[in-house]
Design a protein around this ligand. Structure first.
Ligand code: COA
Length: 563
């Protein structure tokens, strides 16, 4: 079928559908929802059989849905309607939630239901659920609906019965999720913060400064703390007392024009006035949320690095490089690099860079620090490394995975193995060494195409070595069992020796330091040179500047993409 995707942004869910529909041979084009006239023009140019709207923030123009069947993805079960479905589901403690694919008509989310899927809710932020369970269910339901339309079957006559207790739920007002620190316990505070994470956040204040709060984690019970009192600071979070315990807050956005989300010590430097962690009891010190965690099971080490949004600042990269150093010294045979659940990694931290006194200098420090991580992975001796990519990965974060000896992916994750979308960045993380090793001369075309790939597609193109696991839990369990199998295999020493011999041979042909220096010379031009495209693109990305046109490599109805 000729399918036009219409979306507010080319977000993770839209990318996943784009890949899944493309994989099934449908002819696709995409238009960002910029204005009704642009949508009409796209429909006229592409003449689609079907329009799919995976992520829209406003209604489709009537003349469009009257002319072409338009399927809308709603992140709620049949019968649920409204613009804040998932937010309400979290606030109302739903045990089970769903996704519905319905046909657009004159009423918001009330057209004929073409397909739906359900999933059990998890204690997690809205964005985490959206990127995993919602996206997986949406793909399943959309593919079912499209298959039915393709064979000209009508939608199920009666449609599924509405889930109990669902119906129209309007916009969620700030007061609906506001925290009452004098009344709410930790569980309720976490729920409210998670319902607004990653957007719009919960409007509150930090030491009297109005700010949106994100990235909340449970802290310990406190002696003699006043509910709502800010207790102390760790390097990456602030602790605040609740009625029955406490919560750590990792990220914030000041409620000021032009402000953007940052790690809380940067968003609110005034928090330096709070007590230091070292002055706190051990229960507090041991509860600090740490995105980096190492554990060992026999001969296998597992290194988790679950950075918020997958963004890795200079400090994060240095912490990770130190953890890699410590893991390298352990008597294990296999090291599994787990990344985070929502994102394995998204590369250098564009928000922290944007906030720096000199974004160019901070970009430079950050790229050097992430390159140190890539180099530590490539140079790891005495053990085999596995990148276990169970969450999405983009740009430098996706290439970081290629530094490992083996890359295992979840089939449904979305990988953006290219840099150009960020102001034509050349990229580093040793990609000029690791990518051609896997795809040979196909590396250039891959970088130019700027297309997302599903994990299953990455496997088919040789960018990954295995793809398995439908849920994150299934994936993690199989990663562990495969890693143990490698560690205990009779030919482990032979495999290690082969890897070392290949690395040594590569080093003789061209040292790793030469790859890194050549990449960094290009990056230096982007950071400090005459062409400011990267700085402009980063500024627009961080400030979430609205799109004014759809990139040509996606809007295929507007002609071929230049190079
Ligand atoms: N630095 C800072 N924040 C980042 C980030 C980065 N490198 N990559 C993603 N994020 C943030 C986004 O701003 C967004 O924040 P919010 O939800 O808190 O508002 C969140 O992570 C999710 O990103 P989003 O773009 O909504 O996710 P997606 O799944 O739709 O798209 C990417 C994923 C990777 C395609 C997209 O985030 C991207 O292009 N990131 C930039 C990657 C990059 O250029 N890195 C630097 C070069 S190495």
């Amino acid at each position: 079928m000729r399918i036009l995707l219409l979306a507010h942004a080319f977000n993770g869910l839209t990318q996943r559908l784009w890949c899944a529909l493309g994989e099934r041979g449908h002819e696709l084009s995409l238009e960002l929802d910029i204005g009704d006239e642009v949508t009409r023009e796209a429909v006229a140019l592409f003449a689609p059989d079907l329009v799919i709207a995976p992520y829209l923030r406003r209604a489709l123009p009537e003349d469009v849905w009257r002319r072409v069947p338009c399927l809308v993805v709603h992140p709620g079960p049949p019968g649920d309607r409204g613009p804040a479905a998932l937010d309400w589901a979290i606030l109302e403690r739903r045990a089970c939630w769903g996704v519905t694919v319905l046909q657009a008509d004159g009423q918001f989310d009330a057209g004929p239901v073409h397909a739906s899927a359900t999933f059990p809710m998890r204690e997690a932020s809205k964005a985490s659920l959206y990127r995993d369970e919602v996206a997986t269910s949406a793909v399943r339901a959309v593919l079912e609906a499209v298959a039915r339309l393709e064979t000209r079957q009508p939608p199920p006559a009666a449609g599924p019965a509405p889930a109990p207790g669902v119906g129209w739920r309007g916009v969620l007002a700030k007061r609906d999720r506001a925290v009452d620190w004098a009344r709410h316990g930790t569980d309720e505070v976490l729920r409210r913060l998670r319902s607004g994470d990653s957007a719009p956040g919960v409007l509150d204040s930090i030491l009297g400064i109005p700010a949106f709060l994100y990235d909340a984690h449970a802290g310990p019970r406190l002696e003699r703390a006043r509910p709502g009192e800010w207790i102390c600071r760790s390097p990456g979070a602030l602790l605040r007392a609740t009625v029955d315990g406490s919560v750590w807050i990792g990220h914030a956005r000041r409620d000021e024009a032009g402000a953007f989300k940052l790690p809380v010590p940067l968003a609110c430097p005034e928090s330096a006035a709070l007590a230091e962690l070292s002055s706190q009891p051990v229960a507090v010190r041991s509860s600090v949320p740490d995105p980096i965690a190492y554990r060992e099971e026999g001969a296998v080490g597992f290194l988790r690095f679950a950075f918020y949004n997958g963004a890795m600042s200079t400090g994060d990269c240095r912490g990770l490089a130190a953890a890699l150093g410590a893991a390298a010294a352990r008597p294990t045979r296999v090291l599994v690099l787990e990344g985070g659940r929502e994102f394995w990694s998204n590369g250098i931290h564009l928000n922290v860079i944007e906030a720096a006194a000199s974004p160019a200098d901070e970009s430079w420090r950050n790229i050097e620090a992430i390159d140190d991580v890539a180099e530590a992975i490539v140079r790891m001796s005495g053990k085999l490394t596995v990148a276990a990519v169970g969450g999405n990965a983009g740009a430098g974060g996706a290439f970081l995975a290629l530094a490992a000896d083996r890359v295992w992916v979840r089939p449904g994750v979305v990988l953006n193995l290219h840099y150009r979308n960020m102001g034509n960045l050349y990229g580093s993380e040793l990609w000029t060494y690791t990518l051609p090793r896997r795809v040979g001369t196909g590396a250039d075309a891959l970088m130019r195409a700027r297309q997302p790939l599903l994990g299953s597609q990455a496997l088919a193109r040789g960018l990954a070595d295995a793809a398995f696991g439908s849920s994150f839990e299934e994936f993690s369990a199989e990663v562990a069992s495969r890693a143990h199998a490698i560690a205990s295999s009779a030919d482990f020493e032979r495999r290690l020796a082969e890897r070392d011999a290949r690395r040594a041979a590569d080093e003789r042909v061209r040292p790793l330091s030469a790859y890194r220096a050549a990449e960094l010379a290009e990056m230096r031009r982007s950071f400090y040179g005459f062409d400011t495209s990267y700085h402009v693109a980063r500024h627009r990305f961080v400030h979430k500047a609205p799109h004014s046109w759809t990139p040509r490599h996606l809007a295929r109805h507007r002609g071929t993409a230049p190079g």
